[in-house]
Write a protein that binds this ligand. Structure first.
Ligand code: PGA
Length: 252
């Protein structure tokens, strides 16, 4: 069965102290899977609070918050100054990782080939992967949205992967951090296209069971209308995930 998600992407925000404060006061009561992608420097702080929290409250009372990383290198270890090892992140307790976020693709020149290597290695290291895809404004305006998204999916995904550990986030680049949210129809249209593409390429089970999240200026005031449309299985939330009360609203 398809899981429903609330995922936060903190980007390069929050110190260890702020991370601890946030997670100590964030106790969502929801059936949805809650994942927060934290900066690598606060991974330890986040994991400590989550581990202590689940020991204190026991599972079931509130959703267990899972912690993910926002990026990692496509090798496990070695001479890669400044990079993050997916193997080490997983051994510390991170369970999820983002791959192919548009800021990685545009600001840090991450290619489709890089996303392919990262998805494969992240899965090998035991992480679940949230693969981000999405078109720029000029690609949308020239009618190339589906073509771009298909290219990004085809580059990174393969039939023999452990699909129980893969989710897809559709994030139109023009909607990220801009306050310009896709209309519910635009979001649902692309999500439906992605699901059809999954069916054509990897079969019915993968298509039906893979969660597709929307991201791009998702806010407490606009997400319900998008969530009501077909094929929207949750949200990847940037700015609105930085505040406890704001993120909690997505969990109701
Ligand atoms: P935003 O970011 O919600 O601030 O637009 C979303 C994302 O980049 O994942």
């Amino acid at each position: 069965m398809r899981r429903s998600f609330v995922a936060g992407n903190w980007k390069m925000n929050k110190s260890p102290k702020e991370t601890r404060e946030f997670l100590k006061s964030f106790h969502p009561s929801t059936q949805k899977e809650v994942v927060i992608f934290v900066p690598a420097l606060v991974l330890s702080a986040a994991l400590d609070v989550v581990a202590a929290g689940s020991a204190a409250t026991g599972l079931g009372k509130s959703a267990q918050v899972k912690i993910g990383i926002q990026n990692f290198h496509f090798e496990k270890k070695g001479a890669f100054t400044g990079e993050t090892s997916p193997e080490v992140a997983h051994s510390m307790g991170a369970t999820w990782a983002l791959v192919g976020h548009s800021e990685r693709r545009s600001l840090f020149h991450e290619t489709d080939e890089d996303t392919k290597k990262k998805v494969a290695l992240g899965l090998e290291c035991g992480l679940s992967i949230m693969l981000c895809v999405g078109e720029t404004l000029s690609e949308r305006e020239s009618g190339r949205t589906n073509e771009v998204v298909e290219r990004q999916l085809a580059a990174a995904l393969g039939a023999s992967m452990d699909w129980s550990r893969i989710a897809i986030a559709y994030e139109p680049v023009w909607a990220i951090g801009t306050g310009k949210v896709a209309t519910p129809e635009q979001a649902s249209e692309t999500h439906t296209h992605i699901r059809l593409w999954l069916k054509q390429n990897f079969g019915d089970a993968v298509s039906e069971n893979t969660s597709i999240l929307y991201g791009g200026s998702a806010k407490p005031e606009n997400f319900l209308e998008i969530a009501a449309k077909p094929n929207i299985d949750g949200f990847l939330i940037g700015g609105a995930s930085l505040d406890v009360a704001s993120l909690a609203k997505f969990c109701n």
